[in-house]
Design a protein around this ligand. Structure first.
Ligand SMILES: NC(=O)c1ccc[n+]([C@@H]2O[C@H](COP(=O)([O-])OP(=O)(O)OC[C@H]3O[C@@H](n4cnc5c(N)ncnc54)[C@H](OP(=O)(O)O)[C@@H]3O)[C@@H](O)[C@H]2O)c1
Length: 303
């Protein structure tokens, strides 16, 4: 352990981004405590059991920490209520615990979709989380990070897209796929950025990061993926009415059972939005081509 390193408290350690953040902190020999909901043993990591709705667990997590990175959240759920509970109330609870424990800096991992809160329940819950957590900040340095799409091995959300790219096709929304812009960040670059941000002097209070490639449209994504796999990737335009109908059908079938899917009407509205480009380059982040090359060659059991 490096005693000169700040002490980190982290939520969401078991998630896609959180796993990389933990790895990065261990590699730096940082002191880190995480809050988890299930059995978790990682050497060198102190663990607190609990949930975002549990103020005592959050207090135990925050106690003695300098930096609080709040990553935990729901990316999909069957209802707005469930999203607000995790992403808004949960963020406020975390910020309150960090402030009471005397943390110096609070980093809230929101989402680029919070830019346009009215697009989806998820976007609304992430924006609400920003507002609710900021209300609790007190004297802490409070930083909101709004990541764009994060990609990397093992991610369930982007797995269908990666599988399609590996097969040489990319289903894209017809009409807008040469226009709409998106940024992508490799998960290890995102994790490194969050860790470095925790120590950066005078960071901005709202950061919308992008990777080594600023942004692409869907057509450019297919072309870059083709370069990364060494064989053409063909964009397959899907009519927007078909995407919307599928999402509606999915939602009608799943909601009565309290289940949810990434293919829902809100996600389709997000998909059709013209501008999901970040604004701040992550220093030394991988280009999109490099990120995809690494993902394509990663050993994934189920691809
Ligand atoms: N992945 C992306 O492309 C992306 C892009 C923009 C923003 N973000 C944001 O980044 C954060 C992390 O995303 P991710 O992709 O790593 O998500 P993820 O893989 O779904 O992980 C979510 C994490 O949050 C934890 N969590 C959820 N609800 C909780 C609760 N009530 N109490 C305690 N822990 C809870 C989960 O714990 P369990 O393991 O116990 O379920 C898990 O550790 C989220 O806030 C997300 O909105 C992600």
């Amino acid at each position: 352990m490096d005693r000169s390193e700040p002490k980190y408290a982290l939520t969401g350690a078991t998630g896609f981004i959180g796993r990389s953040v933990v790895k990065g902190l261990i590699a730096r020999q940082s002191r880190v405590r995480v809050m988890v909901r299930s059995k978790y043993t990682v050497q060198g990591v102190e663990t607190v059991s609990g949930d975002l709705a549990d103020p005592d667990a959050l207090s135990r997590l925050a106690e003695g920490s300098d930096i609080f990175i709040h990553l935990a959240g729901l990316t999909k759920a069957a209802s707005l209520k469930a999203l607000l509970k995790a992403n808004a109330e949960g963020a406020a609870n975390a910020a309150r615990a960090a402030r009471k424990a005397g943390a110096k800096r609070f980093i809230l991992v929101s989402s680029l979709v919070a830019r346009v809160a009215e697009l989806s329940d998820y976007a609304r819950s992430k924006r609400a989380g920003e507002t609710a957590a900021e209300f609790e900040k007190g004297d802490m340095e409070f930083i909101i990070v709004r990541p764009p799409a994060i990609i990397g091995p093992g991610d369930k959300a982007t797995e269908p897209m990666i599988k399609a790219l590996k097969r040489g096709v990319l289903p894209v929304p017809a009409g807008v796929y040469r226009k709409n812009r998106l940024s992508f960040v490799h998960v290890e670059d995102m994790a490194r950025y969050l860790i470095e941000l925790a120590r950066q002097p005078n960071p901005e209070s709202l950061i919308e990061p992008c990777g080594g490639t600023h942004s692409v449209n869907w057509d450019e994504l297919a072309a870059i993926a083709g370069e990364a796999r060494g064989q053409t990737v063909r964009p397959i335009p899907l009519p927007v009415f078909l995407l919307k109908s599928l999402a509606q059908l999915n939602q009608s079938l799943l909601t009565p059972f309290g289940a949810s899917s990434f293919v829902n009407p809100g996600k389709i509205r997000e998909l059709l939005h013209p501008d999901w480009a970040g604004r701040t380059f992550i220093p030394e982040a991988r280009t999109l081509r490099k990120a995809l090359e690494e993902i394509f060659t990663a050993e994934l059991d189920d691809i």
